[in-house]
Design a protein around this ligand. Sequence first.
Ligand SMILES: CC(C)(COP(=O)(O)OP(=O)(O)OC[C@H]1O[C@@H](n2cnc3c(N)ncnc32)[C@H](O)[C@@H]1OP(=O)(O)O)[C@@H](O)C(=O)NCCC(=O)NCCS
Length: 145
Amino acid sequence: MNIETFTIKYYEKVIELWRKTGISVGSSDTKQGLEKMVQRNPKLFLIGKIDEKLISVVMGGFDGRRGYVHHLAVEPAYQKKGYGKLMMDKLMKKFRELGVHKVHLFIEKHNKTVVDFYRNLGWDIRDDLMMMSYVPDKNLYKMRI
Ligand SMILES: CC(C)(COP(=O)(O)OP(=O)(O)OC[C@H]1O[C@@H](n2cnc3c(N)ncnc32)[C@H](O)[C@@H]1OP(=O)(O)O)[C@@H](O)C(=O)NCCC(=O)NCCS
C-alpha cells in the first residue's frame, strides 16, 4: 500500500469509503470542510492506495497543543490485513515529527469493538475524563450530510 497525503481530487472516493465503513459523515465533511482540514494539517490527512485504488483514509489534526485522529477507515475487503495499523503508524510518525505530546481520538459507543484494534496499537482508554461538546452555530452543524 502506498500512503500519500490527501488531495481534494479524492473527495468523492473518501466519502464513499467512509459511508461504506459506517463512519458518520457529518457537516464538517463537505468538500470545503475537508479542504479546510487539509490546509490546516497538510501532512496529517492520509490516504492509502493499492494499484491506484483508494483503500484507506485517516484524518489527523493538530491544534497546536494536542493531536487528533478522525475517521480512520479501511475498505472492507482489505480489512484485517495490517493496513489500518500501517495508516496509524504513519500518522503517529508524523505527530512525533511535529513534536506532539499527546493524541486523542473518539470512538462512538456503538463501535466498541474497535477499541481492541487501538489497544493493540498502544492506545489507552481514558476513564478520568468526560467529553462535552458545544455547537456555536446550530445552522452550520448537522449530524449528517
Ligand atoms: C478499524 C479499522 C480501520 C481497522 O483496520 P484493519 O486494516 O482491519 O486493521 P489491521 O489489520 O491493521 O489490524 C491491526 C491489528 O489489530 C487487530 N484488529 C483489527 N480490527 C480489530 C477489531 N475490530 N478488534 C480487535 N482487533 C482488531 C488485527 O487483528 C491486528 O492484530 P495483529 O497485529 O495482532 O494481527 C477497520 O476495521 C475499519 O475500517 N473499520 C470501520 C471504520 C471504523 O470503525 N473506524 C474507526 C473509527 S474510530
